[in-house]
Ligand binder design. Structure first.
Ligand code: G6P
Length: 438
């Protein structure tokens, strides 16, 4: 039995992770669960509700604690899930609004918003991992803090020898869940072939465990019927609806591979920026939607000391993290799409790129599968994005305005230097106290 710590315990995603830990308690049996957060108040609400949920549904769990004390959190721990958000949703909203002022995509991980968030996340992530490692050398650290691509690049530079630190994003599995729904299959029966960078990749094949290839069936379904998820919450969510319409468009324009939906921001930046409403970006929708719902649920659970009448479900994101952790710790050798150093996996892009590819997760860590050469269009797209990501991280470590400007200029959502300067100057102003001084 293992001891697990959730860093960022006060997140609106935490209840979904808790429900996933309960759903997967046989895959990853726990002895102790600890929440750690820097915001005591925010965490307390989620934690007090979690205590009720665990009492009802995970009575065999020996200990549940929540704390803002690092030594309490990280002593005697086997695995940590990292999901922090430096600056909170308040800064996310700024990341989304500032680029929109200049007609540029406003998104938390793509374009200038991703850069702003990346420069905020890097110092906190570096400090956090040094802290964790001062208590334990061998615990697994699964990081899905955003913007994952930039965070992964920075961590790779700061902790090049740490082979128990794995960056992992839920987007590939979330997309696979939609494919599974379309096919009427269980997502855990699908086996992907995929290549790319984080939030910037393509599925080249989707098979089931018997080896039946569904790639063409999925493409036809998306083109003919659209992308219709069976998950009601996603199906009714306005921002997801737009995403699914774009996924169809991308496939019609480039039918070779099945795209990660985040590519929409890089392929149709003008159209997407034009559709956004500055005072109702995704951050606002999350504040008024998921955050309010989760907090209301918690208040109800805490006041009645029961979960009766509250709809709580595990989610594909949480289950993915739990199963991946189990595969690593119990040497299960299952295949997950994760971020690793390229080292020739994609043979015609740089060796030191952090790529997102399928890997077998074993006790010794991820064992990625070779991809080989990718066609020119995809190589060009990735190299451009990779240069942007590396320049953001350079800008952080070197405190360089020039590198930050180069990064934004390269980003496909910006490209115009004058616009890049205006956006960068605004971002610097709004991120005072978070970013290093450039
Ligand atoms: C997906 C992505 C994450 C991203 C999240 C945002 O899960 O993989 O990288 O953080 O979406 O979701 P939200 O509902 O907060 O916009």
């Amino acid at each position: 039995k293992k001891n697990l710590v959730i860093v960022g315990g006060g997140s609106t995603y935490t209840l979904g992770i808790v429900m996933s830990l309960i759903a997967e308690k046989e895959t990853l049996p726990l002895n102790k669960l600890v929440f750690y957060d820097t915001d005591a108040e925010r965490q307390e609400k989620i934690a007090k509700a979690t205590a009720v949920i665990l009492k009802e549904r995970y009575p065999e769990l020996e200990t549940f604690e929540y704390t803002t004390d690092k030594s309490k959190a990280f002593t005697d721990m086997d695995v940590a899930f990292l999901q922090i958000r430096t600056g909170g949703l308040k800064m996310r909203e700024k990341d989304e609004q500032i680029p929109l002022k200049y007609g540029v995509v406003g998104q938390e991980t793509c374009g200038p918003g991703g850069m702003a968030y990346g420069m905020r996340s890097i110092p906190d992530m570096i400090e956090l991992i040094h802290d964790i490692r001062s208590y334990t050398d061998d615990a697994w650290i699964l990081n899905y803090t955003n913007p994952a691509a930039i965070v992964a690049e920075a961590l790779q530079r700061e902790f090049p020898e740490d082979d128990r630190l794995l960056n992992i994003c839920d987007m590939p599995i979330a997309i696979m869940k939609s494919y599974a729904d379309m096919l009427g299959k269980d997502v855990w029966d699908l086996v992907p072939e995929y290549f790319g960078l984080n939030h910037f990749g393509w599925f080249t094949k989707i098979e089931d465990k018997d080896g039946t290839d569904y790639t063409e069936v999925i493409k036809e379904k998306i083109i003919n019927e659209g992308f219709v998820p069976t998950d009601e919450e996603i199906a009714n969510d306005e921002s997801w609806k737009k995403t699914f319409a774009q996924a169809r468009k991308m496939l019609m324009d480039f039918p070779e591979f099945l795209p990660n939906t985040y590519l929409q921001y890089y392929l149709y930046p003008e159209a997407l920026a034009a559709k956004e409403v500055p005072d109702n970006t995704r951050a606002r929708q999350v504040i008024n939607g998921r955050q309010r719902r989760v907090h209301d649920q918690c208040d109800h659970i805490i006041s009645t000391q029961s979960t009766e009448g509250i709809e709580l479900t595990d989610d594909v994101h949480g289950v993915y993290m739990v199963k991946a952790a189990a595969s690593l710790m119990y040497h299960m050798n299952e295949i997950y799409i994760v971020m690793v150093k390229n080292n020739g996996i994609i043979s015609n892009i740089p060796h030191d790129a952090m790529v997102e590819v399928p890997a077998m997760l074993a006790r010794s860590g991820p064992r990625p599968f070779s991809v080989g050469e990718v066609p020119t269009f995809y190589k060009g797209m990735m190299e451009n994005q990779l240069a942007y990501e590396k320049l953001v991280v350079d800008a952080y470590f070197e405190k360089s305005y020039n590198k930050a400007l180069q990064a934004l200029t390269l980003n496909r959502t910006v490209t115009d230097v004058e616009k890049a300067k205006l956006i960068l100057d605004d971002l610097i102003e709004e991120n005072k106290g978070y970013w290093p001084e450039l």
